[in-house]
Design a protein around this ligand. Sequence first.
Ligand SMILES: [Zn+2]
Length: 89
Amino acid sequence: MPAIHPSVYQIVGGKEGEDLPSFSSIGGYTIIYYSKEEDPYCGECASQHQEEHNPILHAGTYDEGPDLFCTECGKTIMASYGDRAKNNG
Ligand SMILES: [Zn+2]
C-alpha cells in the first residue's frame, strides 16, 4: 500500500491503486509530487512511494523553473515551459 495522501489523487484526477500520472491529461503539463518533507518525486516513484513517515502529500503542475531531480530515481523533472529566468539571462 503506497504512502500517498488521498487528496493527491483528487488533484491529479487519478484513483487509489492506480499509478499517478507524470503529465496532465489535458495539455500534457509536467506534474510533480512532493512528500511531507517537500522532496520532489516523479510520477512513477510517487506511485510506488512507501515511506509512511514521509508520505506523498502534494501534487501540481510544474510550469516554470529550473530542472528538478526526483528524490527516488534521480530522473530530471523539467518544467513545462522551462526555466524562463535562465532563458532571459
Ligand atoms: Zn522517480
